[in-house]
Design a protein around this ligand. Structure first.
Ligand SMILES: [Zn+2]
Length: 147
């Protein structure tokens, strides 16, 4: 009796699959390519110009697992010693619900957002401050009756 039990594998032909309809934009949800959007901030070539841009770039950093960026955009006062991301977490989208201040003319700002992940969503109102000119994340509160 033949000992070979392995059958030739049926491989789905990649060519038969339709290409994605739209080129993926930035993970933060904006249509621009990652490199032209949050990627600039992650690379350190530019600093996020406002609280919302920083919020978006931090969400993208969560999506991409960029712990270094998350830590360096965290206020020194509230920054954790270290940060471990759950590798099983699958972020699926960011929705900005509202902003207050956080522009070039402010030193503080808040951004309320809903970040969705597989199995749930995080609704947070984050506070941001400028430290030596650069926007950083301070902390967040969780509006009641939300998510
Ligand atoms: Zn982006």
């Amino acid at each position: 009796m033949a000992r070979r039990t392995a059958r030739p594998r049926q491989r789905a032909s990649a060519a038969a699959r339709p290409p994605p309809a739209v080129p993926a934009g930035c993970p933060c949800g904006l249509p621009a390519a990652y490199e032209a959007c949050c990627g600039r901030y992650h690379a350190g070539t530019e600093a996020a110009p406002g609280a919302e841009a920083l919020m978006r770039s931090r969400y993208s950093a969560f999506v991409r697992g960029d712990v270094g960026y998350l830590l360096r955009t965290w206020h020194p006062r509230t920054r954790p010693e270290r940060l471990e991301l759950d590798p099983g977490m699958r972020w699926t989208g960011l929705e900005i619900l509202g902003t207050a201040d956080g522009s070039a003319f402010h030193t503080t700002g808040t951004v309320e957002f809903r970040a969705s992940y597989r199995g749930g969503a995080l609704h947070e109102r984050s506070r941001f401050e400028r430290v030596a000119g650069a926007w950083v994340y301070v902390d967040g509160e969780f509006p009641e009756g939300s998510a």
